[in-house]
Design a protein around this ligand. Structure first.
Ligand SMILES: [Zn+2]
Length: 64
């Protein structure tokens, strides 16, 4: 079972069911991780600030 790098809580990941692109959330600190690889399991932290910036750019493009 992988652990959360932020708080070392065990992440609820079922190795038989996760697929690349799935997002798992730490039940302890709420940090989201995207599954970027399954063999071996690799997790990448989802940066929420980056997603907000992308949304802002998308809105600006639509208004023009
Ligand atoms: Zn955590």
């Amino acid at each position: 079972m992988p652990t959360c790098p932020e708080c070392e809580n065990e992440l609820d990941v079922d190795l038989d069911e996760v697929e690349e692109g799935d997002v798992v959330s730490c039940g302890e600190c709420g940090t989201d991780y995207e599954v970027v690889g399954v063999e071996p399991l690799e997790l990448a932290r989802v940066d929420e600030e980056l997603i907000e910036e992308d949304d802002l750019f998308a809105e600006e493009e639509e208004e023009e």
